[in-house]
Write a protein that binds this ligand. Sequence first.
Ligand SMILES: [Zn+2]
Length: 694
Amino acid sequence: MHRFSLVPSLLLAAGTALAQVPAAQPIKESKPTPPIAIKSFDLSAIDKTADPCTDFYQYACGNWVKENPIPADQVRWARSFSLLQERNRYLLWQELDAAAANPKNPLEKKYGDYFAACMNTPLVEQKGVTPLQPSLQRITILKDSHGLAPLVGALAAEGSVAPLFRFGVGQDDKDSSKEIAQISQAGLSLPDRDYYLVDNKRFQEIRKQYVEHLTKMFILAGDTAEQAANEAASVVKIETALAKASMPRTEMRVPENVYHIYSVADFQKLAPDFDFATYFKDVKVGHFETLNVATPNFFKALNELIASEPVDAWKSYLRWHTIHTSANNLPKAFFDENFAFFGATLSGQKEPAPRWKQCTAMTDGALGEAVGQDWVKNHFPPAAKDSMDKLVAALEKSLGDDIKTLPWMSDATKQAAEEKLAMIRNKIGYPEKWRDYKALKVSRDDLIGNMRRTAVFARNWNLGHLGKPVNEKEWGMTPPTVNAYYNSSLNDINFPAGILQPPFFDFKIDPAVNFGGIGVVIGHEMTHGFDDAGSKYDGKGNLREWQTAEDRKAFTERTDCEADEYSGFEAAPAHDGIAGQNLNGKLTLGENTADNGGLRIAYMALLDTLAAEGKTINDKIDGYTEAQRYFIGFAQVWCQNQTEQTSRQLALTDPHSPGRWRTNGSVQNFDEFGKAFNCKKGQPMYPVKSCRVW
Ligand SMILES: [Zn+2]
């Protein structure tokens, strides 16, 4: 998210969205080709040899999974998300390519130039590491640990790198009307603290390869082999210490764990050896007297590390992060080495993506609300917005009905839940008011400079919120994004234009398939307001208990049931002495709760809609009842293949379960599924005992 929101609830991991596609500078540039049409309901994806009551994912997706291996430039290939992302990216590329060649107005000139600078790899090659030299020079002259804060501040101020911690402005968890300063742990390069700390064969091997990668990058930057080896060792030592000091992800998900209001003076006492006053002045944040320190222990540990590590080790750490941050936009030798470790080794990607994909994603990330203006004009019909309003209203009614009938909840809590539901705001398609990019200077021949100015622009925009009234109309995703989110501080659900397209949302298909697609997505986002984290905020977005103590206890028993259930699902099998890996039910609890709730309430909304049209859930189309089409449509959103490395990485870092378990976990907890497919009670997808929260 654009704001300093600690844990926004997305529909799928941001890492799989458009802006995160690994980059490429291949020797032979592939030409963009128009994407294929995506079927909303795909009979050919079904594996008829599978029993839907035993493994519904295999039934609904088996043939698709078999026939659609992961393309070489991807780590995950999903029938709905990836194909729609490819389509949206292609349409965006057409716009950028045209604007780069022949801009029709100043805004097109700006994003056209940004894209053109990114595509100009011969110039990148010619410049070498020169664009980084001023930053590297600053680091070289660091004298002692007192200089660390001014140096980190100067590097952040110029937009080159922001290591060690995250600082920004966001809504106060306990008073959502206030925009306050917030600071949290950061500073690692590997995907999670476990990569540094867990002692098993797989992580030992990755750590060895990480050291090799660091060494190679330092050599590319001009070190001798001996210097590079020393620098690499220092980086690993500091990052490992930061990993130890970092709060684990599952704990970060608990809102109370990351809420600690400090006065600036008391915060400074946590880390007296890092002069935060200088840092705050360097990044030009306005005056504030208190801030939220998400992870106080991390800052205490940081202080110990500043005292114990020699100044040369800090130089190595900052040098590394400066090079690493820009690696995709440096000459090919840097790019290739970066890809070899972070793409191939860590994620199992075979080939880098073509440059046009990377530059399209980068431009969307930097100037999304500029590019998005034309994109929605061309690709988002106003009728889609009206239809979405109707669908959202239908889902709201279902969730209200669902709350009213919950057997375990007291009337007082039901009323509070309904009040919160009534206060959820909907944002559909794109912002009413577009962001103003006047202050962002773009140069057609300065890629690294553009990236840095973008980082500074984004930070200034964020820090500019300090002390101002909350602007509830701002968006945290760009219009072409294939994703959606719930924001607990604003209590709003957000659906970018990019996802309001087939196969999620199709004017031409029967309601069962649309409710299984976009209907479940809407229900998922609404349910986030009531998952284990979201339920701790009230309708105004304040962290405040609104359940009775007894109801909270009953709620937690139900979420525990789901956490245990999903912890039993396998993310990657054991082989060759590498242990198998299961999902972490606590990490994925919020998303699983949202998936389960979404499937149930979208089904209820479908029943209402069919009844209003004089139809029933047992009517058949193409041999399937409406109920069966609903569940198949839902499952086919999640058909996917992904590399084993990515499965293992995401099992540690992604709060979302993989497609197989998003499907099977949800249907096995919903009896209407077993009935729709005439399963026998006790079969895997129609168990005697199941979990239900909402
Ligand atoms: Zn979600």
